[in-house]
Every structure is written in structure tokens, then in C-alpha cells.
Design a protein around this ligand. Structure first.
Ligand code: SF4
Length: 392
């Protein structure tokens, strides 16, 4: 990471990254189970006050290497409130030279004014929630924007000199392989620096999951979903995007450094409703209720319950599980430095996924998913979190 010299502590103890959650959305998309607030825009200003109160309670101003503002829909904040958010970030978490600063934007709430303001604040990257260029898929996902708006949003970001990441979803009801192929091609035609491609999941309690249970929505079959994942894994690298994490592809040097902190199981600050933080080896999560968050933060009370501490074998399993999301996998030197355990010592218990050729050990000792293992990453994760390092 750039300017490492500025940080004295160990990166899994002293955070070098901050996540800020902006929960407001214009409406709830059918598949969404994120911590969001719909129809509460009148509370945006108060929310920013609460963010600052939370920062003031838990930290002293300190430099970081990455900002990531996610949601919700951060681009829904009107320009004056975006400027206020910038003031808060720059005051409490000044970004080091060469740092990475990302804000999530949705096509329908992003324009030239906001894009230039983001640059002035210090942002250098936007992650645009495109999801699909097909109106059929957008309607199935209950997304509020029109297919053409996504391309326009990418152009707006580019014109302002922001780096661009595009989010895509495959496996939407009614989407077939040719439609997904077209989505990939249209995304690449916009020349983004980074693409995230996620398979649709039917999260319990979402409107889409209820529609599926009552037979009103037919999910794509497993074979099609498998083929869709295979297609994006083959196609994006052939078009110049390295597949560096299970769901993420980038032009060389444009990987998300902020998300790299999570996959290395390093520390990070988190502010805002529903935000998680991992500081000093303890992970805690803020309340997901907007009224509770405002009340607690503005009264100077803790916004999260006491955190969980991961230590010993449990922490090592968690680190391995996260490292395996990266194409480069778990590095023996990095792993031992991070966990105090050798990577080799984590292999007992994983015979099943190694024998099934889902996990491989390369000659330098690196452990990583095989191409087949990427399709079954959840199966491997289950084994790693429960059995890695066990020698009985
Ligand atoms: S815009 Fe994003 S965060 Fe908001 S409801 Fe839709 S999927 Fe959820």
C-alpha cells in the first residue's frame, strides 16, 4: 500500500481504511437486504450530524489510505450534504497522498455537479450500480433506473476524471446466457477500470424471495447460473480485466485497495447505520435502525453492542477464508505474519476440498482456489471456517 511509512502500527490492529454508510435510498429494490432507509430523506442532514458525533466519540483524527462510502445510495445526498460529508471525512480521516477514495453512485442520482464536487472533496473513484443494461433484468430486479442511464452515469464520471467501477448482477429472473453476454460486452464498451459481477442471491425476507416462494418468479436454473459465472470468468480476462477476486475484475493496478483490506483481514473503521468496524482485533456492528442510530449517536452513546473478538485458530480460519477470495490466495509469509500460524498448519482438515481439486497448494506454499473451486467457493469456505487446522 502506498505511503506505508505513515502508519506505525500493524495493519490488522491499526486501521488504514474507513467505511462510511449512507443508508438513504429512493426505493427498496426487490432483492435488497442491505441496511437502508426509504422515505427518510428529510433526516439526511441530521444523519450527517450523527456521523460526525460518532466519529468524535470513537476516534481522534487520523490519516487513512482508503475511504469507501457505500449504502444505500450515497449519490442520493444533495450536493450541499455531499460537501458536508467531505468535510467530515477530511477532518477525521485525512486521506494520505496517493490514497483511494470511492463513493457508490446510482445512475439516477448522479450528475455532473455531484461528480465535480466529489473530485473537489478528494474522491477519485465511483462505483456505479449498473446491474444490467437490459430493461427486462432491471425490471426483474426492481431497479429504478432505465438501461440508458447507466452509460450516461459512466460518461459523467469519466468527464470529471473519476475512475469507474461498474457493478453487474447475473442470474436475474428471465435473464438468459446471451443477455448476460450482452451485458458484459456493453459494460466493457464503456471502458470501466473495474467490474464487479455478482450472482443474484434470494435473501430471506426480501420481496423477490417472497415472490420466488409463491411461484411468481422463476429463478434461472443452476446450469445457466454456472454457465453465466463461467462466461464472465472467461470473457473479462480475455478483454484485459484480471480476475483478482471471486467477484471482481480490474485493469492492471486498478484493483479495489479498500476491499483488499477486507480480504487481507486487516483493520478498518466503520461509521454510520449498520456499519461494521474491525479495530484492535474486535469486530462490532452498528444498529441497523435509522431512528436508533440517530438517537444513540447524537446523544453520544455507543452505536454498537460490545464487539466480538476473534483469536487463535478461529482468527486464522477467518483470515484463510478471506484470503481465499483473492485469485492469488493465501500467501505463506503474509499469513504467518498476520496470524502467528503457518499456512501449512491450516491444511489438516481440508483434505476433502484438496482431494476434490477445489483447493490447491502451489510449489511456493501459496494456497488458493482452483478454477473449479471458484464455482464452489461457498463449499470451500464452509470447510475452511469449520475444519481448517484440525488434525483429528
Ligand atoms: S439502490 Fe442498492 S441499497 Fe438501495 S435498495 Fe437498491 S440495491 Fe438496496
Amino acid at each position: 500500500m502506498a505511503n506505508d511509512k505513515l502508519f506505525n502500527g500493524l495493519p490488522w490492529i491499526e486501521p488504514r481504511a474507513v467505511y462510511v454508510h449512507i443508508p438513504f435510498c429512493a426505493h427498496r429494490c426487490g432483492y435488497c437486504d442491505f441496511a437502508i432507509a426509504v422515505g427518510r430523506d428529510a433526516e439526511m442532514e441530521q444523519y450527517l450530524e450523527a456521523l460526525e458525533a460518532e466519529a468524535a466519540r470513537v476516534i481522534v483524527p487520523r490519516p487513512v489510505a482508503t475511504w469507501y462510502v457505500g449504502g444505500g445510495t450515497p449519490s442520493l445526498l444533495p450536493a450541499p450534504l455531499l460537501a458536508r460529508l467531505g468535510t467530515i471525512l477530511n477532518r477525521w480521516f485525512p486521506l494520505i497522498a496517493g490514497g483511494e477514495a470511492t463513493l457508490e453512485a446510482n445512475p439516477e442520482s448522479f450528475d455532473h455537479e455531484k461528480a465535480s464536487l466529489l473530485r473537489e472533496i478528494g474522491f477519485n473513484r465511483v462505483s456505479i450500480g449498473v446491474q444490467s443494461f437490459s430493461q427486462v433484468a432491471l425490471d426483474a430486479l426492481d431497479r429504478p433506473h432505465q438501461a440508458e442511464a447507466a452509460a450516461q452515469a459512466v460518461k459523467v464520471a469519466r468527464d470529471s476524471g473519476l475512475n469507474v467501477s461498474i457493478d453487474l448482477i447475473f442470474g436475474a429472473p428471465g435473464q438468459d446466457l446471451p443477455a448476460w453476454n450482452r451485458d458484459i460486452e456493453l459494460a466493457v464498451a464503456l471502458a470501466p477500470d473495474h467490474v464487479s459481477a455478482y450472482g443474484l442471491t434470494y435473501e430471506k425476507g426480501t420481496p423477490l424471495e417472497r415472490r420466488r416462494r409463491s411461484g411468481l418468479v422463476l429463478p434461472v436454473c443452476d446450469d445457466t447460473e454456472h454457465a453465466m459465472f463461467g462466461l464472465v470468468m472467461e470473457k473479462l480476462p480475455a478483454l484485459g480485466y484480471q480476475h483478482y477476486e471471486i467477484s471482481n475484475y480490474s485493469r492492471p493496478g486498478m484493483e479495489s485497495r479498500h476491499n483488499g483490506v477486507y480480504w487481507a483481514n486487516e483493520a478498518y473503521w466503520g461509521l454510520g447505520m449498520g456499519a461494521a468496524r474491525y479495530v484492535g482485533g474486535e469486530r462490532s456492528v452498528n444498529t441497523r435502525d435509522l431512528s436508533d442510530y440517530l438517537r444513540l449517536a447524537l446523544s453520544g452513546a455507543p452505536t454498537a453492542r460490545p464487539g466480538e473478538r476473534f483469536e487463535g485458530l478461529e482468527a486464522a480460519r477467518e483470515t484463510l477464508f478471506l484470503n481465499l477470495r483473492r485469485a492469488r490466495g493465501a500467501d505463506p509469509v503474509e499469513f504467518e505474519r498476520r496470524t502467528g500460524r503457518s499456512l501449512q498448519s491450516m491444511l489438516p482438515g481440508l483434505e476433502k476440498v484438496i482431494d476434490a481439486r477445489l483447493l490447491e497448494i502451489v510449489p511456493d506454499g501459496t494456497v488458493r482456489l482452483t478454477p473449479e473451486g471458484r464455482f464452489l467457493a461457498d463449499t470451500v469456505a464452509g470447510e475452511v471456517l469449520v475444519k481448517a487446522g484440525r488434525d483429528d
